[in-house]
Structures are given as C-alpha cells and as structure tokens.
Design a binder for this molecule. Sequence first.
Ligand code: BES
Ligand code: ZN
Length: 619
Amino acid sequence: MVPVVDPSSFCSLTKCITKHLNLTFRVDFESHVIKGKVALTIEVLEDKLSSLTLDTKDLKIFHVRANGQEATFALGTQHRFKGTPLVITLPFALSRGQHVIVEVAYETSPKASALQWLRPQQTAGKKQPYLFSQCQATHCRTMVPCQDTPSVKHTYYAQVSVPRELVALMSAVRDGQDPDPEDSNRTVYRFRQTVPMPSYLIALVVGALENREIGPRSRVWSEKELVDQAAYEFAETEAMLKAAEQLAGPYVWGQYDVLVLPPSFPYGGMENPCLTFATPTLLAGDRSLSNVIAHEISHSWTGNLVTNKTWEHFWLNEGHTVYLERMIGRSLEPEGEQFRQFKAIGGWKELQESVKTFGEKNVLTNLVPDLQEVDTDEAFSSVPYEKGFALLYHLEELLGGPEVFMGFVKSYIQLFAYGSVTTEEWKSYLFTYFKDKVDMLNKVDWTGWMNTPGMPPVTTQYDTTLADACIALCKRWVQAKEAGLAGFTEADIKPLSSHQRIEFLALLLQEKPLPLSHVKRMEEVYSLNSVKNAEIRFRWLRVCVRAKWEESVPLALGMATEQGRMKFTRPLFRRVISADKVPDLAVSTFLQHRGGMHPVTSTLVAKDLQVQQDQTTGF
Ligand code: BES
Ligand code: ZN
C-alpha cells in the first residue's frame, strides 16, 4: 500500500504514531493563555529513529523531554496555515516497536485559532468569562503540540485547572474534580477518553455551566439561562441514539451529552466525543432543528469511529453522516421515507448553491479535492455533505434500496472501526461487499462523481410529496402580478411545517429576485420578520435583500453579527455586500464586530469581504 501523506500536517506518518496523550492545562482568563503540558506516548515504526516532528501553530515551547531526559528541539519555518513544525532530536535512538514518552511544556497564544475567549459581556449570564475550543479541521495544533492529522488515533487523559467559579468539560468521560493543590482559588477537573480518536476531536469548554439530565446516558450543558430550553429542544436524544444503534451498531463512547454554546460558536454542531457542541441557533422552541443532533450522533460511527484518513477524504465523514442522519429521520419521523426524500431535495439545493458559489469548474467542488497547499477552512462547503449523500443515495437505488445499502454501511463501520480510511479503501470494500453486483458498480461514472467539479453526473428524482405544497406556493408568488397580491393570506403558510417553510424560502432563492412589492406583501401576510427559527430567518432575510428592500439590510447584518454560525454569517455578509447600494455598510459592520468574533469566522469573513487581514479596528 502507498503510504498516505497528509498535506495538512508536518508529521511523517511512517516514522512513529501517537497512542496516548496525557494533558495538563492551566486556563488563564487574565492573559487568555493556556499553560500546557502534554506527554505523548509514541510508538516507533522504523529502526534508528532519533528525531520526530510535531505540528504546532502559534505555540511557545518551553522544554521537551524524552523518557524524562532533556531533548533538543527547534521550531521550523512558519507556513501560512499549517503552522510551524516542532522538530525534536531525541537523546537516544529507538527501534521499531519501541515506545517513547515525549513531554512538551508550552503555552498557547491569545490568538490561538482553536480557542475563543469570551468576556463576561459576551455570555448569557454576563458575569463570568467563557472559553471554548473548535479543533476541526487543523486547529488542534494551536492548543496542543501533536500529530495533528486524522490518520493518527490515540486515547487521552486530561487535568484542567480553572477558576473555581467555573466548570470545565472535555470531549471525554468526566473523571472527578478536586481543589487545585497549587491554588485554592481553582478547581482541577479530570477527564478520560479510552476510545482511540483523532486529534481534531480534542475539545475543551470552560464557563459557568449547568446541566440537566435528558436521558440515561445524556445531559445537556449550558449557562443556566438556556439550560431548560435546551433540555426541551434536545429531548429526542435517547430515541435518536437508539435508532442510530439499530442502524449502525453499538454506541461505544459511553456518555452522549450536548453542550449549547454562546452565539459565536462557528458551526451548527460539532461531534466532539461524549459531548456534542451545538450552536444556540438550534433552540427553535419546537425541536424542528434537531436533525443537527441526529447528524452529530451519527458521527459517533462515521467520523469518530471510522475517520477520514486526510481532509481530502472528508466526504467519507460527512457524506456517510448525512446518510445516517437521514436514516434516523426516516425511522423516527411519522412520514418516514417521504421525510427522508424531502430532506434529500433540500440537500440537493444546498449542493447547487455551493457549486454556484465556488463556480462549477472549481476543483474544490470535486468530491475528493486535491488539498495540497489549500487551507481546509477555505475549502469547506456543502459539497462533501451533499455530493457525498447523493452518491450514497445513487448507490442505494442501484444496489437494492435503503435496507440493503444500510447493510453495507454497517459492515463498513464494523470493518474500519477505530481506524482511518481513504476513498480507495472505501470503494474497494464496496466492491467486495457487493461482489455479486460488480457489473452494476462498474457502470457507475466514478470519475464523474469523485474527480470532476460541478454537479454530480446523475440527477436523482426524489419523491416530492412533502415538497409539493412548497413548490406550489413558490410558484404562486413568482407568477403573481401586483394586482394579484391581495389574494395572499396568512392561511397560505398555516399548513406548512417549519421544514416546509424553509423549503418554500429556499425555492424562492433559486428564482429571480421578487419585486419589492411582493416581499412587502409577504411580510404583511406571513410576518416573517418576527420568526425566530434561524433557518427560516436566514433565508427570509436573503429573499428581502435580493428584492433590494433597504430595511432588511440592517436586519441581515444584525443576524450576521448577533450569532456567528458561519453557515449564516458568511452568506449574510456576502449577499449584503453584493446587493447593497452602499457595500461599505457590510464592511464597516464587520470591522466594528470583528474584535468579538470567533478567530476562524473573522478570518473567513475578512477574506469574503476582501478586507485586509491585518486591519484590526473599524475606526
Ligand atoms: N464536523 C462538522 C462541523 C465541522 C466541519 C467543523 C469541518 C469544522 C470543520 C459537523 O458535524 C457538521 O457537519 N455540522 C453541520 C451540521 C449539519 C450538516 C446538520 C453544521 O454545522 O451545520
Ligand atoms: Zn458533520
């Protein structure tokens, strides 16, 4: 087998691999720094090993020891997004099969891209500061010097010292807490992760957190202001876990908790083991956005147990996870299969949007893109999710339907559990599993699906039962003449579920912009400006901005800044700038808010708006 090279990491994966991390953190809210110590248990893969390289980014390194002996080290040249290699020279040579414990003492930078430090004012309680991490894809190296590649899996143990008013949680099982022996104003929290996992799943949160039990293996955590709302919103968690176990096999991580973060959390959800991180924009009040939890639960199998070997194979994580997420919906929703088909229609639209945004010839729209010298954050889009899902659904149809194809997915999970895989390995197992249907598999346009930009080579026809009402209402608005606007009433959308309202607005966004008179009438009869559901609001505000309704510009920029989920914030800034008569407003709003934004969000919005990266203030 050709050894895999991870273009996002400096580590040589044929020399040695990490088996375990022992982490000690001291979280300092005054200086926005974590003082850290990590002991890496490393297995040697080749003879005469006398040096090794770890990934770091913006870290200060104090000392390195190998099996207790002082080791020399040097930081190499800094790379634009990969960071800086830490080259360690061992005081002895090792041979294949041996283990070595490498200890690094270090400090993070206040601008570490994995971390957001919030002032009390930025939290719901307004009294205590807050810290959270987001390591996927390549940010762990700003928090821990390590082999920051999903091709390496290890367990971890951690001890975290925080001010005693605060609670620390990690992506692991809680292992108790004690007063910090070194500082009576602090508490040390301990954690253990006994399932081997990649570095991007290391996660930490520190804040004034409370919890509620929502199931036999689940709690929700958040500031007290949101905890009851969160417990209501995510009450289906245990049912989803059970459905997922039915589909994919036993849940091996022990606990499954959900943490609701402050609004600046840049993603909808993040599958940190034992503790999914979630945006507060999921709190719709009616559980209508709980598919994000089904999605993160699904990652417990596809992503966390079976992991993409490099970020070029990210679709293996996300495509299979979307597939499982929709299978969970299929088994829990009353309209089962029709609901899955309806969600697939929505997903296809997301894919069309991404292809349009990137350009249909852009190689980043390949299912398996080449990420040599590409920052994974900049490559991120719906493509791995929805082109990935579309491929799996296409194969499902070809090979005998959902039950048959789920059999393959379950078997793939069993075979590759605790490992990391490439697309080639996935495909080769597909051909093995369906050895009686190889003729059919050979007819698939693999190059078209995997290595060609733009929309997939096959367009799937999904069942439109649940989409028909949305399609009809969209058509009425598109075809309406000004004189006919009186014919629209509140009753038009009354029968539509939240999901269908989202789809209705998504359909409008694929049409030519509506005349201003139409959107004004739409607001009059549907009162969409007062809708809190973030998915509905996001699409509605874009409908308004496209219609050049000036009053909607501050509302759109309001949503872009009041929460920081990149899926909403980036397009809201981008669309306002392309539609507004005074594009400066988007830029000045961004410059005003960037100080309080998440480091990754602020970097990407700056790039979207073509604002200089080193421009630090709006004044
Ligand atoms: N793992 C992703 C989030 C992620 C991807 C973070 C890449 C950093 C880099 C998570 O599972 C995810 O896909 N979240 C989606 C959920 C949606 C598809 C249901 C989101 O954030 O919207
Ligand atoms: Zn995901």
